[in-house]
Design a protein around this ligand. Structure first.
Ligand code: SF4
Length: 360
């Protein structure tokens, strides 16, 4: 997970803080019972209970990875109760925990740099890692009160409304970024920047597994295009078919094709399965194209690609060539590389996209 609004290193957190944010430690404190989707033998969820002010919360979901990162390491916060309270508030009020935690991180960085004063922030002391302040600010945003009235559209909209704090933004086309660090897994930068819904943690590409490659391979972008396209096709099918995103890590892609055929009665070949995935990607892209978006309009904050590079920690010195990754991707896809547009031939060859081709 990212640290201190993507500007910190692991040594800024103590081992104890990190340990407190593991599910093993949190389960000891808050777990009421296990939770699973219907008929799942894994059952990755848990229901937590804890005291929140005068209220006894009995049915809060165990925070997942992204939530632990965005309300934990991003804020230098090792207090698991505050993370659970924020998770509960976001679920109750319908906020995304990634965007909420990242927006709080943006405020914290600006407060600690003197860009925002305590008075501007409804009197809250947003020093790094202050658990009460994190909950207070999250609650104001959820309830649309005080500074929360400006922050509830996210960090980029707030920077524009307040006309300051832009330097600390960590967004892709205005959306706060998830907790898998692209400086560790470079392919994530292409996904975050150029997915038609940017800044998502469940969209396809080279994925987090790109990060486990040795540095001489993962920071060398000579052959990323085809693998990136294959990852997009697979993930589009996972999302469209409603597969569990955890199961995808444990099953080879071919087994998902077999399940899909068995359940639906289709008889997709592997090629047809991949084409269906790319068709889904292209249709999603087509909405943006219709609204006038072109490749140059997909923006990503410098920090996400290591500009400037971190000075400390395992990712020190890393700067990505995100545009080269994108060149490779669009080229392997067979689209117009400069504009990020599918050609008419590509749409017709992929099949089922005649209406999209006609509209373009
Ligand atoms: S998210 Fe996936 S692994 Fe977790 S309970 Fe649901 S189906 Fe099972």
């Amino acid at each position: 997970a990212s640290i201190k609004n993507w500007a910190g290193a692991p040594q800024e957190l103590t081992e104890e803080q990190i340990l407190f944010l593991t599910s093993g430690e949190m389960d000891k404190l808050y777990k009421k019972k296990k939770f699973a989707c219907n008929a799942c033998p894994v059952g990755c969820g848990a229901i937590y209970q804890f005291k929140f002010g005068d209220k006894q919360v009995e049915d809060s979901s165990r925070p997942e990875y992204e939530t632990l990162g965005s309300f934990g390491s991003m804020l230098l916060n090792g207090d698991s109760l505050s993370v659970n309270k924020c998770n509960y508030l976001c679920n109750e009020y319908g906020y995304d925990t990634i965007s909420m935690g990242a927006t709080v991180a943006w405020v914290m960085e600006n407060y600690n740099k003197g860009v925002f004063t305590k008075e501007e922030l409804s009197g809250i002391d947003l020093s790094w890692g202050n658990p009460e302040a994190i909950v207070q600010l999250t609650e104001l945003i959820c309830k649309n009160e005080g500074i929360g009235r400006i922050l509830n559209k996210g960090s980029q909209a707030a920077a524009e409304a307040l006309n300051k704090g832009h330097e600390a933004l960590v967004t892709a086309s205005g959306i706060e970024i998830p907790q898998h660090d692209s400086r560790y897994g470079p392919g994530l930068a292409r996904t975050y920047q150029y997915d038609p819904t940017p800044g998502r943690h469940v969209k396809g590409g080279l994925g987090i597994s790109h990060g486990s490659q040795p540095p001489e391979l993962k920071y060398n972008y000579t052959d990323t295009g085809e693998k990136d396209v294959a990852g997009v096709a697979t993930q589009e099918m996972i999302n469209a078919a409603g597969y569990c995103s955890f199961a995808e890590f444990g099953l080879p892609p071919q087994s998902m094709l077999k399940y899909l055929n068995a359940i639906t009665g289709f008889d997709y070949s592997e090629e047809e399965y991949n084409k269906a995935g790319l068709r889904s990607f292209a249709i999603r892209y087509a909405f943006n194209i219709r609204e006038g978006f072109r490749r140059k309009d997909y923006k990503i904050s410098d920090r996400i690609v290591g500009k400037p590079p971190l000075k400390d920690g395992p990712l020190a010195g890393v700067t990505l060539d995100n545009e080269k990754l994108a060149d490779n991707f669009f080229e392997a896809l067979g689209w117009d590389v400069a504009e990020g547009l599918p050609t008419k031939e590509w749409l017709l060859k992929t099949g089922g996209l005649e209406q999209v081709a006609a509209a373009m």
